[in-house]
Ligand binder design. Structure first.
Ligand code: NAP
Length: 277
């Protein structure tokens, strides 16, 4: 049986074991997927242990995604461009770092009927998740990407690496960009369960054109205040559950070293998550 797990700190609330074990069952793979709490300063130690204990691979969440970029022997294109690794495969003692968050985001966006090619996109936030989102939006042919962030310098840094424009997070700035956007992607943690802060002002949503979509990376709660307001306004909406599921599907394909029945895996993951509700 091949050993897999997710590492992070905290790790107790990770949904990866539920999703991955459901997909492993659906694919009939002889894998076991667990969860390990690994502290931020112990990424390298963990990697040594993972090799010694014969792990086939693992997923990584906060705070390990950046550290693994330096520790991997080889990086996929996405991991190198995004500057973060969320999926590690260990083969013949070598460490291969992948990033499936970006691909997962794009698949979920398209599944929600929000094709970004040719579109003007307003990205809220400039943290780790926003890096994957901005990179994939541009790769997928978005015409204009604007990144609004509370800390403008962080947005400017991100936009300096990718062909995007940075702006501040003030209500009137968001309103002015919203009026010209086809899609809004929330990559902040505003509205997330366990985070006290909410959007102070959602009136920018009223400026979006009627055909616009609002995609929130947050999946807990399933419906944030941002999505609720967008839905009230008749806009197309999606939460981050699809992204979570698809990044997991792509991760499992890396672990298995082959293409699997992706639709069947995603359905199994979705069913397992629905059982939790
Ligand atoms: P991160 O690196 O910590 O970035 C957080 C972002 O939120 C930063 O842009 C930060 O702005 C902004 N922010 C935080 N508090 C704010 C406030 N009070 N007002 C305005 N902006 C604020 O986090 P991350 O890893 O990118 O994750 C962001 C979100 O995406 C989380 O909710 C996470 O759960 C979600 N996510 C979902 C998936 C999925 O599979 N669906 C995958 C990855 C992440 P500053 O730069 O000014 O601090």
């Amino acid at each position: 049986m091949k050993k897999l797990c997710v590492i992070g700190d905290p790790i107790d609330h990770s949904l990866s074991p539920i999703i991955q074990n459901a997909m492993i069952g659906a694919a009939g793979l002889d894998f076991a997927y667990g969860a390990c709490r690994v502290l931020g300063e112990e990424t390298a130690q963990w990697l040594t242990r993972a090799k010694t204990e014969g792990y086939t691979g693992f997923n990584a969440t906060m705070p390990h995604k950046q550290a693994l970029v330096k520790l991997a022997d080889e990086l996929s294109n996405d991991a190198a461009r995004i500057g973060a690794v969320n999926t590690v495969c260990i083969r013949g003692g070598r460490v291969y770092g992948h990033n499936t968050d970006g691909e997962g985001f794009l698949r979920a966006l398209r599944e929600a009927d929000m094709e970004p090619a040719g579109k003007t996109v307003l990205v809220l936030g400039a943290g780790g998740a926003a890096r994957a989102v901005v990179y994939k939006l541009i790769e997928a042919g978005a015409a204009h990407v604007v990144v609004a962030n509370r800390t403008v310098a962080r947005a400017e840094q991100l936009c300096g690496e990718f062909a995007a424009a940075a702006c501040d997070f003030a209500a009137d700035t968001l309103a002015s960009y919203a009026a010209r956007s086809d899609l809004v992607v929330n990559c902040t943690n505003l509205g997330m369960t366990g985070v006290a802060n909410q959007f102070a002002d959602l009136s920018f949503l009223e400026r979006l054109p009627a055909h616009a979509g609002v995609f929130d990376l947050i999946y807990s709660p399933r419906r944030t205040a941002l999505l609720e307001r967008a839905e009230q306004l008749g806009l197309q909406i999606s939460n981050g559950l699809g992204m979570l599921i698809w990044q997991g599907v792509y991760a499992l394909e890396h672990f298995a070293g082959e293409e699997l029945d992706e639709a069947a895996l995603a359905a199994a993951a979705r069913a397992a998550l629905e059982e939790l509700e």
